[in-house]
Structures are given as C-alpha cells and as structure tokens.
Design a protein. Sequence first.
Length: 240
Amino acid sequence: MASVLVPVAYLGVLVTALLLFSHYYRKRLASQPLEPYFPSHPERNAYVTLLQKTDPPTPEVVLKSALVRRAMADVQRVLRIREDKPALQNLLQKGSIGDELWNSLLAAEKELEGEIVEVVNEANSYVPGWGPVIFQTANEMLANEKMRQIFESTAERKAELALKYGIKLEAASPEPPAQIQIQAQASTPTTPSPSLTKLTNGLSPSVNAGVESAASSDAESAKGSSSPRSKAAKKGKKRK
C-alpha cells in the first residue's frame, strides 16, 4: 500500500509545482509592459500636430490630406495584421513562439480598432458621410502608389536583367514632339467631300462659301450657254 502512495504523492507534488510556476510566470508577464507590435504611428502624430497648431492655424485642406495619409497607414496595418495573425496563431499552437508576441498582436489589433473609429469620426467632422468612404479612398491611393512604383522601377529592372544576361538594349528612336506633329497635320491641305459639305452645311462658313461659289459659277455658265439660243429664237420670230 505504501509503495502505491509514494508515486501518487510524487506526481501530485510535481503537478502542483508546475501549476504554481505557470501561474506566477503568467502573472509576471502580464505585469511587464508588452513590446508594441507596431513601433510608432508617424502619420497620426503628424495629423495631431497639425490639428493642434493655432498660430497660424493649419488650413483645412492640409488637415484633410494628413487625415487621408493617416487612413492609408491604418489600411496598411490592417492588411499586415490579417496576414500575420493566422501564421502566428499556428506557430503559437506548435510552441514555436511565446505568448508575448501573440499578446502584442492582440493589443495592436485592439488599438487599431480604436484608431479606425477615431479616423472615421474625424472625417465626418469635416464632411458628413466622409467617414465610411475615407478608407476606400485610402485603399485606392495605396494601389495607385504601388502601380506607380512598379512602373518607375521597370526601366531599372530591365537594365539589371540586361546586364545580368548580357543582352544589349536597343536605343529607342526619339519621337517627334506633339507640337511638331500638330503643326504638320495643320499644314496638310484637306479637301472636303460632298457628303462632308452636306453634313456641315450651316456649320462651316468656308465650305458653304465654296459650295455657293461653285453654284454661282455653274449658273453663270448656264446663262452664257443659253443666251445665243434665246437670241436665235427671237430673230426667227421677227422674220416671221
């Protein structure tokens, strides 16, 4: 009987010690300040600084642009938390990371929720109904900036690949300026077709004048050709 109680007592003492250690360890971690998941928020600090400036006061246009920049930074943080949270949760279940990083992520997520509410309220204070739209605008601006960066880095990337694989890039032929092309097009004569004169009747004075001059010349030629016949007819009547 004594041989059975000794292992049971040993296991009980061991489990109790582990529970006490875990309790005090978690309590100690909770008392320590968590390292922030995002180190700082410069866009929010810039907006608050501009908002508190009173001599002279910051123009409303500058405040709106600073608020949009703040919303853009918030959108980037939301996207990063959405990407990191499933991966960190998986690593936490496997024991690869500690609770500090996971608690820091949860604190950053909670802080970001309050930041979004504050940005929405600030946007509605400038323009009613702007709050629900400001983050959509910020998302579109982020996509635009990303596309512009890709477009600007295309030439450098092309040169790097050409240097890496030993490809000689051909120099692009210079294109004529747009002003020269416009002058060349303006100098080339254009002859309106009959259908064009019909469509532009009453809208283009030069075309109408050309049509009227052509009609008058045809009328004069018709008069000239019919005058000898009329004279011969008159002479025949007189002879009778």
